[in-house]
Write a protein that binds this ligand. Structure first.
Ligand code: ACO
Length: 325
């Protein structure tokens, strides 16, 4: 049994179809929905997002990210004994996207399950994988965030459809004698279910309720800024660190203004914040591992540096993970 778990490889994947704000605005205008590059950039920092083709599922995006992460960790699929997929856009009602992905990957026999914590999903999944490794229940885990959020968007609602995109990110987490993950902090408060939800379900062969995303943007903004700061402080305290020790903040990529506010509250300069929201939009559970992989591959985040991951999403859920890369 190992004392610690450590990230030994990262990967990510974006579907090839990229829409700039101007591309999206032109598509929406056909149906009389008006928006502009200026409005989207000013309110959110988003400039482009990727949308998956209709026959592509979360497991396909996650598979591509997982393969990259395995390669980076110098592992084969059959070495993996745990797969956790964080997603709010599963391929099917059941079985889990993790099982579907496991089959595509050829990691037969590993434990595999999904975690549903919306945009905090990757933080939740990483924390669960870390705990399972520390108990000895797993030794080599694939932790994946994968989403086709475009499937949930109401393209007649300009206040939400401009915000989200599709993609996947993955890490390999391995048992280790030296500390990788130092501390985690998870929370939820279900009284906020209504401010961000997809209030539909499948019953009797039909979709009941509304299967498209609903959001009270102002309420989400206010709540997100407060709980991210709370999670950041709690995870630092658990690890015996202070904000000034953090080399890199990798926040959920929802909106540049939320990220700026989170950094400001911690007195971290934006130079220490990994930003991909401009190019990806909000990819929900995929956003943190996508941002992490980009920063690792570009050499921005270096081995040994102290990294804080923090997420917030529907539920409401929120949390943070502090780790040495
Ligand atoms: N293009 C042009 N105009 C728009 C658009 C658009 N896409 N969307 C809304 N508007 C208009 C509104 O109709 C309104 O017009 P009016 O003043 O004539 O009535 C005006 O812009 C202002 O609308 P508000 O809703 O007040 O805009 P606000 O400043 O609150 O910004 C936003 C909206 C960007 C959604 C903001 O509330 C926000 O960022 N909230 C956080 C939401 C978020 O990040 N969610 C992600 C999911 S949750 C998560 O991941 C944590």
């Amino acid at each position: 049994m190992s004392l610690y778990s450590r990230i030994t490889g990262t990967g990510s994947y974006l579907p090839p179809r990229r829409l700039t704000n101007a591309d999206l605005a032109a598509e929406l205008a056909v149906n009389g929905v008006l928006t502009s590059d200026d409005w989207i950039v000013e309110r959110t920092g988003i400039r482009a997002r990727h949308f998956a083709a209709p026959d592509v599922c979360s497991s396909d995006l996650g598979l591509a990210a997982a393969r990259q992460a395995l390669q980076a960790a110098n592992l084969q699929a059959q070495d993996i004994d745990l797969i956790i997929v964080a997603t709010s856009t599963p391929d099917m009602v059941f079985p889990s996207t993790a099982c579907i992905l496991q089959n595509k990957l050829g990691a037969h026999g590993s434990a595999a399950f999904d975690v549903q914590a919306v945009c905090s999903g990757f933080i939740y999944a990483l924390t669960v994988a870390d705990a399972l490794i520390k108990t000895g229940a797993a030794t080599k885990a694939l932790v994946i965030g994968a989403e086709v959020f475009s499937r949930l968007l109401d393209f007649k609602d300009r206040t939400t459809c401009v915000l989200f995109g599709d993609g996947a990110g993955a890490v390999v987490l391995e048992a280790s004698d030296t500390p990788g993950i130092l501390a985690s902090d998870l929370h939820a408060d279900g009284k906020h279910v209504g401010i961000l939800c997809v209030p539909g379900h499948v019953s009797g062969g039909k979709t009941l309720g509304d299967p498209l995303l609903k959001m009270d943007g102002k309420a989400v903004f206010k709540l997100a800024v407060g709980v991210l700061d709370e999670a950041a402080r709690e995870v630092l305290a658990k690890a015996g660190k202070v904000a000034a020790d953090v080399d890199w903040l990798v926040p959920h990529q929802a909106n540049i203004r939320i990220m700026q506010s989170a950094a400001r509250k911690l007195k971290l300069p934006m130079e220490k914040v990994i930003v991909t929201v401009d190019q990806h939009g909000n990819t929900s559970a995929a956003s943190i591992p996508l941002a992490l992989d980009g920063a690792v591959r570009s050499g921005t985040i270096k081995p040994g540096e102290l990294v804080m991951l923090e997420g917030v999403g529907g539920g409401f859920t929120w949390g943070a993970v502090l780790l040495n890369l």
